[in-house]
Design a protein around this ligand. Structure first.
Ligand code: SF4
Length: 78
């Protein structure tokens, strides 16, 4: 029997993003900003069992004034 493991990645829509970097303030562990203030997001999937990081990602999604962020869930067998 295989066990499923769930991960997530934070995704940004570069068309919607205004580059003020609010997401970095809300989720600094997941989002860095470039020299113009546009987000650079860690593309490595993060385990959904990391409650603190998932909470940060949700805060960033809710706090994005342009609704440019979303959480993409990734599921698969271990
Ligand atoms: S908070 Fe939203 S609009 Fe602002 S930089 Fe981050 S993704 Fe872009």
């Amino acid at each position: 029997m295989s066990r499923r493991i769930d991960h997530f990645v934070l995704k940004v829509d570069p068309i919607l993003c205004d580059g003020f970097g609010h997401c970095h303030e809300l989720a600094p562990e997941l989002v860095h900003v470039d020299e113009w203030g546009y987000p650079i997001i860690n593309e490595q999937p993060t385990s959904s069992s990391d409650v603190a990081l998932l909470k940060s990602a949700k805060l960033a999604v809710r706090g994005c004034p342009r609704q440019a962020l979303r959480i993409e869930r990734i599921s698969g067998p271990t």
